[in-house]
Ligand binder design. Structure first.
Ligand SMILES: [Zn+2]
Ligand SMILES: [Zn+2]
Length: 206
């Protein structure tokens, strides 16, 4: 698999192309144009939002229309979806309407889809051989916020502890900031690390 990271949108979201044999999945298109440029002549299997915050989906419409591709997200985020334009406006951004997502299946192309709620109720992680796309669930040395509407700290801890069951060498491609790997976060993440997973739910920092 070839992974290309494209930082787009006003909140510096990591959008990704995960490609194999000249076809790609587009993950979290915050802004369509740079993604369309980066795709060059490759086709796309689907567009996926790791969760339905506007900074991970503002570019979806243009990409799915241009490529006639399906758009998937987790149904537990439908309530977040309904508020997406309103929340964007509260943050000072007017975004194009996001097409209605289809419920993401448990397996999509070369990925397993893990439901990893906490940052939002429908946050997902895409898991392939040696690689995970964690959206705003797990970052390098940090974890997703749970103080936004419908965030759930205890669920986030469960989700991240589940990610730590993956082998250490798995590369983590997060929704913001640099990549990392499961082993580094499991041992050193200051918010949720493996010792916390073994000893119980830590204090909610929010
Ligand atoms: Zn988010
Ligand atoms: Zn985000």
């Amino acid at each position: 698999m070839i992974v290309e990271k494209i930082v787009t949108g006003p909140l510096a979201t990591n959008s990704y192309l995960a490609c194999k044999d000249d076809v790609c999945i587009v993950i979290d298109p915050a802004d369509a144009e740079p993604i369309i440029q980066a795709l060059r002549r490759r086709g796309i299997v689907a567009v996926v939002a790791t969760h339905l915050h506007f900074d991970h989906a503002a570019g979806v419409r243009r990409v799915v229309e241009l490529f006639n591709a399906p758009f998937y997200a987790h149904p537990a985020d439908w309530a977040v979806y309904r508020e997406i334009n309103e929340v964007a406006l509260e943050w000072g951004f007017e975004i194009p309407d996001i097409p209605e997502p289809k419920p993401i299946p448990d397996r999509l192309w070369i990925f397993e889809v893990w439901h990893t709620p906490g940052h939002t109720p429908g946050s997902i992680t895409l898991v392939a051989d040696g690689v995970v796309f964690t959206g705003d669930t797990l970052f390098k040395s940090s974890v997703g916020r749970t103080d936004l509407p419908l965030g759930d700290w205890d669920a986030l801890v469960q989700s991240i502890c589940r990610l730590y069951t993956l082998p250490n060498y798995y590369v983590v491609y997060p929704g913001h900031g640099p990549k990392t790997d499961i082993g580094s976060e499991a041992s050193k993440n200051p918010f949720i690390n493996i010792s916390i997973c073994k000893s119980g739910v830590p204090r909610n920092p929010y």
